[in-house]
Design a protein around this ligand. Structure first.
Ligand SMILES: Cc1cc2nc3c(=O)[nH]c(=O)nc-3n(C[C@H](O)[C@H](O)[C@H](O)COP(=O)(O)OP(=O)(O)OC[C@H]3O[C@@H](n4cnc5c(N)ncnc54)[C@H](O)[C@@H]3O)c2cc1C
Length: 390
């Protein structure tokens, strides 16, 4: 059972932090970028650490707080109540919650990558997408060929968050093209490795600066292999399933919460009662769906269906509420200083990333007809592995 008191405790704890330590910096967020001055980000991170809002999901045996998935969702719901929720530095392990895929690190890799990431000393990026392989990864062309006691990587990754600034990159490459998805392998590649070339930056409407990364005869020793050869695709998929519960859904709920609050504060007479009633029903339904998925995840039940639905429900709701907020607020909302336009531009990336919304709808509708392929057919160890983490 989920303990409501605990959920409220963590939500309130983060909400207090957001209001006191983050809202004052909102005006500093540049209009067309998604980053704050390093000093300010470090100040926020320092206070998060001080107040016990750091390494929340990391298992206790690895030095974290071992917070359950529902409680982590509660924290992230509150984080969504600031337009600073996605600033660089709080992305991708910047809150001391390393990408779960890195729990596959061996002991030596934990020392080099996982623990420094938890301390906030390193930045990481996750490089899967390619110019011809986005929603459908079957088109992946990056190859890694065995050479001596290592691998030679060749390929081009694109749209990589923090790609141009991170200290190391989690890279997916095919080591056995004939096996398709089962031939995909995951590597840890350090910035500065010969043959790893940082290319163009792609600027986006939400202000994220995404990187193009090139691998040209880039040699990495076996020590840079994450997991086993052929494990890459399932490791990524399993990580994405968890993300569909804990990353986007709670942030979207927080955004809806703050947007409604702001609408009622600034335009109390313009908000239609029946519209608000309908939104409340959709908000509560989406919230229950998310906590149901989070609970199942911790119970080691297969959460794929609820996770996909949770993404569809919450992201769709946030976009709907923000569109309405922009209509109601007229030129106020259209101004670049408005919270509504800022949230809207940020949220617009969510239907594209972490498993696109269209493909999640497709997957859930197919599941109604044929059922999901159970998660343990994707990964024999998935349930056991998650069990160790929570
Ligand atoms: C802000 C941002 C950050 C990102 N960060 C990263 C990152 O850190 N690492 C990384 O590897 N990638 C990253 N990406 C890339 C992202 O994962 C891809 O954009 C995503 O997988 C979609 O691929 P695509 O853009 O090539 O679109 P496409 O695959 O070309 O799809 C275009 C549209 O068609 C829809 N579609 C595709 N196939 C189907 C289908 N079979 N049926 C119905 N509809 C379909 C999709 O839903 C989408 O709406 C990021 C992208 C953005 C915008």
């Amino acid at each position: 059972m989920i303990d409501r008191t605990e959920v409220e405790f963590w939500r309130e704890k983060m909400q207090n932090f957001v209001e006191k330590e983050m809202w004052p910096y909102e005006p500093l967020l540049p209009r067309f970028e998604n980053t704050l001055p390093v000093k300010v980000t470090n100040n926020i991170i320092g206070k998060m650490k001080e107040q016990g809002l750091w390494s929340l999901t990391v298992p206790k045996k690895l030095g974290g707080q071992g917070l359950s998935t529902p409680l982590y969702c509660a924290v992230r719901e509150a984080l969504g109540r600031t337009v600073l929720w996605g600033i660089t530095g709080l992305h991708l392990g910047g809150s001391g919650d390393p990408l779960m895929i890195l729990y596959h690190c061996n002991d030596e890799q934990k020392e080099r990558y996982l623990f420094p990431l938890m301390r906030g000393d390193l930045l990481v990026s996750f490089a899967q997408t390619e110019p011809g392989a986005g929603a459908d990864q079957a088109g992946m062309k990056t190859r890694a060929v065995r050479k001596g006691s290592g691998w030679v990587l060749n390929g081009h990754k694109t749209l990589i968050t923090q790609g141009t600034v991170s200290d190391f990159v989690i890279v997916f490459a095919s080591t056995d093209p004939e096996k398709g998805r089962k031939g995909v392998t995951c590597f840890l590649v350090d910035k500065g490795t010969p043959g790893f070339i940082i290319g163009d930056t792609i600027e986006t409407m939400g202000g994220d600066r995404l990187g193009d990364l090139h691998f040209k005869d880039c040699y990495v020793p076996d020590s840079q292999l994450l997991g086993m050869p052929g494990d890459g695709f399932r490791m990524a998929q399993n990580w994405f399933i968890g993300n569909r519960i804990t990353l986007q859904p709670p942030i979207c709920l927080g955004i809806v919460d703050r947007t409604i609050e702001e609408l009622l504060r600034v335009f109390p007479n313009e908000v239609d009662d029946r519209w608000l009633g309908q939104i409340q029903a959709e908000y509560q339904r989406a919230r229950l769906l998310m906590y149901d998925a989070a609970y199942k995840f911790d119970q080691l039940e297969d959460p794929q269906y609820e996770a996909s639905l949770s993404k569809v429900a919450t992201v769709g709701l946030a976009m709907k509420v923000l569109r309405r907020a922009l209509e109601i607020s007229g030129s106020h909302g259209y101004a670049v200083d408005s919270m509504f336009q800022r949230y809207y531009r940020d949220v617009r990336r969510l239907p594209i990333t972490e498993g696109s919304m269209e493909t999640q709808k497709m997957v859930t509708s197919r599941a109604l007809i044929r059922g999901f392929s159970p998660v343990d057919s994707l990964s024999p160890n998935y349930l056991g592995e998650v069990g160790e983490y929570v």
